[in-house]
Write a protein that binds this ligand. Sequence first.
Ligand SMILES: [Zn+2]
Length: 312
Amino acid sequence: MVTLSAVARPLVSQLQRQLFRGARSLRITPVRRCNLTACSSKYVLSAVHPMWKGPLVVPGGDRQSPIDIVVRKSVFDSELKPLKPKYDPDTCQQIYNNGYSFLVEYDDTTDKSTLSGGPLQNSFRLCQFHFHWGENNDWGSEHTVDKRLFPAELHLVHWNSEKYSLFEEAVMEDNGLAVIGVFLKVGKRHEGLQKLVDALPAIRHKGSEVEFSHFDPGCLLPSDTNDYWTYHGSLTTPPLTESVTWIVMKQHIEVSHDQLAVFRSLQFTAVDEEVQKSMVNNFRVQQPLRGRTVRSSFTPFLQEPGAHKHSH
Ligand SMILES: [Zn+2]
């Protein structure tokens, strides 16, 4: 039995160290404001995170997410195969504002929408996708690449239907989940995303849901899904279980500023709450790697020369 304070203390001191580093680099890179407030110990375990009001479950082990992906430390693995997403748009059912993000939910009672290949040994069923985003375009993603922040990040959540019979079971177990992460950058309008953006005003408040059908989540994947990083990590929202094989796409997708503005018009709060709160900065602070290896399906050193310099 681990007491709360025993678990929380190392987490807090680690976060204070992060805060210190963040403060020093303030002038060079955009630092997420939420990172700074969330890092003060007072907020770490409750107030900042709308989903963390209940008793804390597994606040940290050695395999927490999200992380910063350090490109030069990632290890190329020639065994990593191309991803094989096979999505049936007809399994799309509804969109739901859960008070932290909006979930696009899929029927996962059959193997109609699945993910296999890549680092995965089994077939995983798609159950939902959602995004994390910032209050502006300088931050919002949960993962970062060489400390580079993106304005938003898409998560496609799948569970291992070969080993488990329900999402609720898989979420607690090793090798239970596979989540694809895709970074969003601001640029031209994303035509595929627009159908979803148009539906968002109907689920402005926490707890609301509307029917949403025939949406192909594959349209939100980058054109090249062969290049990705993968590592063992956790959910970034409660229960934070360390059941996730993360697959983070190297290539980002582009969405327009206006499309992200509609994300930001959603509310953390229910319709009858007096003080309304915009749904922004719904990401978790970064977690230590703790000796884990991030593998890549591509050779980092064969990138276009100079590509790195233009990233800021
Ligand atoms: Zn997520």
